[in-house]
Design a protein around this ligand. Structure first.
Ligand code: ADP
Ligand code: PHD
Length: 469
């Protein structure tokens, strides 16, 4: 049994979906038992969560725009992929039902004037459901017996909305009961990733990028032979090949090395992806959908290749920086209060905003936070509310924004010397504007925030100076 996960990059347009269908059909023709896990089209999750936040502010025009964009983007795909008019109409009917639930949530949020991670999850799940319906139709048209299964039916979670924790035993029981009979009948389940549900059947999500985690949870439940994450690059490389074309694929990584990469604060791998696999020794394979014959990256318990191959530069655009600075007088009197950082971080976590990285400057009495640009407006509002007392007693100097920025993280081999000075020399060579820097405890990990327009030159310089040796 193989679990194949197709992320946003694999459903970005009709030709990618045709590649996806070919890969699945080929595996089925080879007699492989398959589970497909899918996630929403690029930017759709941001669009849906943005619609919920806008509705709660009474901005129904933005919610309406998101609704139209959702419909239009999927409809364009259906027109290219589903030739049969009757099948297309049936698909549109199912999408219309999903839009009715979108409308119900938006109306409720607008009436109440507030929203929560719970309502965000309910609306975000619609993105995976939209594309899942289309993929099941596209696969059936190509002769693959496919059936859509909602992730909420399989993955039982706690009620930590926005970043729910799965309950492994109940999930395994449900997944086996629902998926194994389909596999035995040679039907390919198309599971909507990222989504789970509480025991009370309330929809939850596994955190942004959680589709990878859905795939590995299902693989662990079924004791699968392998998980394949199909994306738009040839595995994990020494840098993003879209920025540094000379980047090399890392052929093999250990679970530990891959987990380290997953926690670098970008979305190449969801941080919790590896845990279900490492416990059962199930290999993970990351491959390029556009080049299905290329080997990609394999993650296994004991890689044949030495561990210093784990060196990589991970980069992620579309990030914003929020800087909270205290007034010098208040700071002189009160000192920098870590309690303030704790309050801000707790506020953001409670309202479902993921802080990608943060740094405190004790000398400047300031706190820097990096969040996705899609979250920044809402994060700013929440911080303003949370720090109202400091605003009123003039302890707060400013809350300022810098956007768009990029996160660039360097992971070198454990024990490699002088990572920070070498990386900084490299950034100096291209006159990079370093807006923030976080040094990992293990000293072989370093992250920088740079203006987004400098991301390419920074990645290329770091790659040339640190990865080519
Ligand atoms: N070192 C790297 N190796 C591979 N991909 C990288 C690297 N750094 C950044 N990336 C980016 O990560 C993307 C894959 O992650 P993601 O967008 O979450 O994929 P998916 O949509 O398939 O889940 C690639 O398209 C690439 O642009
Ligand atoms: N659609 C969700 C879940 C996900 O896993 O997406 P992707 O497979 O594109 O990382 C998100 O944007 O967070």
């Amino acid at each position: 049994m193989v679990v194949m996960k197709f992320g946003a990059a694999a459903v970005s347009d009709a030709s990618r979906i045709n590649d996806l269908v070919r890969v699945v059909r080929h595996a089925v023709d080879e007699g492989q038992a398959l589970i497909v896990v899918c996630t929403a089209m690029p930017e759709v999750t941001n669009l849906l969560i943005g619609a919920a936040r806008a509705a709660a502010r009474g901005n129904l025009a933005t919610a309406e725009q998101a609704r139209r964009a959702l419909w239009q983007r999927h409809r364009t795909l259906a027109e290219r992929l589903v030739a049969d008019e009757w099948e297309r109409e049936t698909l549109y009917q199912s999408w219309a039902d999903l839009l009715k639930s979108f409308d119900r949530i938006v109306r409720a949020l607008a009436t109440l004037g507030e929203h929560s991670p719970r309502s965000s999850d309910a609306i975000a799940a619609i993105g995976e459901r939209f594309i899942g319906l289309l993929l099941a139709v596209a696969l059936r048209r190509a002769g693959v017996a496919a059936q859509l299964i909602d992730g909420a039916e399989l993955i039982v979670t706690d009620d930590h909305f926005g970043n729910a924790r799965p309950l492994p035993e109940e999930t395994a029981k449900r997944a086996r009961a629902r998926l194994l009979p389909l596999a035995q009948s040679r039907i390919v389940p198309v599971v909507t990733g990222y989504i789970g549900a509480t025991r009370q059947h309330l929809t939850t999500t596994l955190g942004r990028g959680g589709g990878d985690y859905s795939a590995t949870l299902i693989a662990a439940a079924l004791d699968a032979d392998e998980v394949v994450l199909w994306t738009d690059v040839a595995g994990i490389l020494t840098a993003d090949p879209k920025l540094a074309p000379e980047a090399r694929t890392l052929p093999e990584l250990s679970y530990l090395e891959a987990a380290e990469i997953a926690t670098l604060g970008a979305e190449v791998l969801h941080p919790r992806t590896l845990t279900p696999l490492a416990h059962r020794n199930i290999p993970l394979h990351i491959r390029n959908l556009a080049q299905p014959d290329m080997p990609g990256t394999r993650v296994v318990a004991e890689p044949c290749i030495s561990s210093d191959t784990a060196r990589t530069i991970i980069s992620a655009p579309a990030i914003s920086l929020i800087e909270i600075a205290m007034s010098p007088l208040a700071a002189a009197e009160l000192g920098w209060a870590p309690e303030l950082a704790v309050r801000v971080l707790a506020e953001l976590t409670n309202c479902g905003i993921e802080v990608l990285t943060f740094a405190q400057s004790f000398s400047e009495r300031s706190l820097l936070l990096a969040v996705r640009t899609a979250d920044v407006e809402y994060a700013y509002e929440r911080i303003e509310t949370c720090l109202l007392p400091e605003r009123e007693n003039q302890a707060l100097r400013t809350i300022s924004l810098r956007s768009p920025v990029a996160l660039v993280a360097v992971l070198s081999a454990p024990g490699s010397a002088y990572l920070a000075p070498r990386a900084l020399a490299s950034l100096a060579r291209v006159q990079a504007t370093v807006l923030a820097m976080v040094h990992g405890n293990a000293s072989h990990h370093l992250s920088f925030i740079v203006p987004e327009e400098e991301m390419g030159s920074v990645v290329r310089a770091l790659h040339r100076d640190l990865m080519m040796g």
